[in-house]
Design a protein around this ligand. Structure first.
Ligand code: AQP
Length: 333
């Protein structure tokens, strides 16, 4: 049996980027892989590495749980839990800091980017959060981690930390492998296609939220930045705007870029954008309906309770071993 694990931060409403780059792949893996144990979590400890409004955070945590299920995660196949409810994440995260070097953390590109965006009040945790991410993964003997392209570097660090720990203290952690889907790996901002689409982007026009209303979605796609040439052609370097929209189109329909180019040959961006809006809305609408059923339900809390209990069971077992290896506390038999 292989164990898979992945998580998303409740830092806002899930975007089409998170959906296409992460959640849709989780659902595919859940349905296609056999003999797996799949843990999916809500990374609230990661979210607080940058300031969050406590009330909004609580809301986003619950909202993300409902979005996961509404997008097709099946609680009978996946263990869904909230990271902070399994205390061992923070404990192992601290231990990972004790074997991680500042130099290797400072090299993380996401840290450099986020530091630039939050010039004032950069927290220590913004630097050390890849250690917590390593803990999230290693705590469960995870074999496969489905991630977006942007998380690849952090996974490399996780592997390094696992190998380092194993060679120093004896075989303890499974060294995980990343799983990166070839398409939809990186969806870009609608207003600046050189920047990743992010749920915490202060400009709402930059992203499509999975819970946006239909008119908002239409308007955001209509207003997405393109070029003046008007030809629907995939060229990431010279036509990043339309290429990004084509990548969304392709992810949602399964059509190749060549198919899309042929379909819109001689037609302008307006027709392409209208069709894309319809495609996106058709996929998102049933998700929103399911979300509305779930968000205030008892069922959602039960799913999260079950997920927490299962994750805690695994995490406790693992931490007993890790504490013994490290030599802290009294020996646990
Ligand atoms: N634009 C994107 N395209 C494809 N995949 C993406 N992911 C995020 N943005 C895109 C993937 O979604 C998962 C969840 O990521 P996260 O919330 O843990 O962190 P993030 O990558 O920092 O996501 P955001 O939306 O950009 O959040 P904020 O604004 O808080 O920084 C990951 O698998 C990620 O690759």
């Amino acid at each position: 049996m292989k164990r898979l694990l992945s998580g998303i931060q409740p830092t806002g409403i899930i975007t089409l980027g998170n959906y296409l780059g992460a959640i849709k792949n989780f659902v595919k893996l859940q349905n296609e892989l056999e003999d797996i144990d799949f843990l999916v979590f809500i990374a609230d400890l990661h979210a607080i590495t940058i300031p969050q409004d406590p009330q909004a955070l609580r809301k986003n945590i619950k909202s993300l749980a409902a979005v996961y299920i509404a997008c097709g995660l099946d609680p009978s196949k996946v263990h869904l839990f909230i990271q902070s409810e399994v205390l061992e994440h923070a404990e192992l995260g601290y231990m990972m800091q004790c074997i991680g070097g500042i130099g290797e953390l400072e090299r993380m590109t996401q840290y450099k980017d986020k530091k630039k965006r939050h010039v004032e009040g950069v927290t220590t945790a913004l630097l050390t959060y890849p250690c917590l991410m390593a803990a999230d993964i290693l705590l469960y003997d995870t074999n496969i981690v489905p991630v977006g392209e942007d998380q690849k570097q952090h996974l490399e660090l996780t592997r390094d930390l696992a190998i380092r720990f194993n060679s120093k203290f004896g075989d303890t952690f499974v060294v995980p492998e990343p799983y990166i889907a070839d398409k939809g790996a990186r969806i870009m901002s609608l207003i600046d296609p050189t920047k990743k689409m992010s749920k915490s982007d202060p400009n709402h026009k930059a992203y499509i939220g999975i819970l946006d209303d239909i008119n908002q979605i239409k308007n955001k796609i209509k207003g997405a930045v393109t070029d003046l040439d008007g030809t629907v052609k995939y060229d990431e370097e010279n036509k990043p705007g339309i290429s990004n929209l084509m990548s969304i189109y392709s992810c949602m329909t399964g059509l190749s870029y060549e198919d899309i180019e042929a379909k819109y040959n001689g037609k302008g961006y307006a027709e392409f954008k209208t069709d894309l809006a319809e495609i996106v809305i058709n996929e998102i609408k049933p998700i929103q309906e399911k979300y509305n059923e779930l968000i205030n339900s008892k069922e959602l809390d039960e799913i999260l309770d079950n997920g927490r209990d299962y994750a805690t069971y695994l995490a406790r077992k693992k931490m007993a071993k890790v504490r013994n290896r490290f030599g802290i506390g009294r020996k646990i038999k």
